[in-house]
Design a protein around this ligand. Structure first.
Ligand SMILES: [Zn+2]
Length: 358
């Protein structure tokens, strides 16, 4: 794929001006400090111009909308919650105004905007064929407990349902566990690698810490980019360095978005908690695009409808497969156009027009 030149950074602004702007925006956004590597922000209009996207800024609100070939992106000045085609995606840094311009951290331009605007194509001739499903927990690790219900049982039930649907759709499926077994996290990712999985999908359910039924909805996690903060900063213990999971950063983000979008479409009315970032062990160690799905709260009466019932899991599993199929459509290159024969109808190309890639 064509590589865009790197974003023009505004770090060239006089340092005191930049420092004040960064400080102010950080305070407005409630962030006491910004990570050192997030100090480079770039103009959103420069990015939009390079991509051929249109940028509109509402003069009476803090909203900025970027519209392009793959969709529309809504941003809030001083906010970190973006909407891409109405699906929430958490940025690692707040949107800021610097020198009168709407600016985004280069981390978020590279890590969120670029993969959504230009899906990361896989090498010519390669296909997304093998999916590794990872039912969270198992054996001595029950996961969340709500009454007598254990998370490990429902992640396995959901994985089995997704597995059947993926096989029907022509995929090969690898499972990190097929029974109530304990499997250590590094073994889970090595199973994916050993079986040449093209994608890794870990399945979990949430529970509110106090057991109350207030929280509900879906979250899909992608690996936090190098140097960036995770959505839940408290989970950022230790280093912000790069892990093997970061080699698939663009694919991680796109897959997370596709699956979150499909969940919201298949289960309308559910809460969109957004695409989030975390350095979960299975995401750190994966060597292929990987996501971790929190497919609802076990403690929520509304989410219970799809977690604990077979019909609900049918819909959840359809959504996950829809998301994987959407991702595959975006990243696979069209098949090479066969040599057109002048008198044969069989020469129809299987190549997809660009308009179908999104
Ligand atoms: Zn879990």
């Amino acid at each position: 794929m064509n590589r865009e030149p790197g974003p023009r950074t505004i770090a060239a602004l006089p340092k005191p001006v930049l420092a004040i702007a960064l400080c102010l925006a950080g305070l407005l956004a409630g962030a006491s400090t910004l990570a050192a590597s997030s100090r480079d922000y770039s103009s959103l209009s420069d990015w939009a111009r390079r991509q051929g996207w249109r940028l509109t800024r509402n003069p009476t609100s803090r909203e900025v909308v970027a519209t392009g070939t793959t969709g529309h992106l809504n941003l809030q000045i001083d906010g970190s919650r973006a909407l891409f085609n109405d699906v929430a995606i958490w940025l690692s840094n707040p949107v800021m105004i610097v020198d009168g311009q709407v600016c985004l951290a280069n981390q978020d331009i590279r890590g969120v905007l670029d993969p959504l605007a230009r899906p990361p194509l896989i090498p010519a001739g390669q296909r997304i064929r093998t999916i590794c499903l990872d039912p969270g927990h198992g054996g001595k690790d029950p996961g969340h407990k709500t009454g007598t219900r254990l998370e490990k049982a429902f992640t396995l039930a959901l994985a089995q349902e997704i597995r059947s649907r993926l096989i029907e759709a022509g995929f090969t499926v690898v499972m990190t566990r097929r029974d109530d077994d304990f499997v250590d996290h590094p073994i889970r990712t090595s199973i994916a690698k050993r079986n040449h999985a093209d994608l890794f999908v870990s399945l979990h359910f949430n529970a509110s810490p106090d057991g109350s039924g207030d929280a509900n909805g879906f979250e899909v996690y992608a690996m936090t980019p190098e140097g960036a903060r995770s959505t839940n900063i408290s989970r950022d213990v230790g280093s912000l360095k790069a892990w093997s999971g970061n080699e698939s950063d663009p694919g991680n983000l796109l897959l997370a978005y596709d699956v979150q979008r499909a969940l919201l479409q298949r289960l309308p009315g559910s809460e969109d908690r957004g695409v989030r970032r975390a350095r979960f062990l299975v995401l750190r160690l994966s060597e292929m695009p990987a996501i971790l799905i929190e497919a609802g709260f076990m403690t929520s009466a509304s989410d219970a409808r799809w977690i604990y019932s077979e019909s609900g899991r049918h819909r959840l599993s359809q959504a996950v497969v829809d998301g994987i199929l959407a991702y595959r459509r975006q990243v696979e290159r069209p098949a090479a156009t066969p040599q057109r024969s002048t008198n044969s109808k069989s020469s129809t190309s299987s190549a997809r027009p660009d308009s179908e890639r999104n």
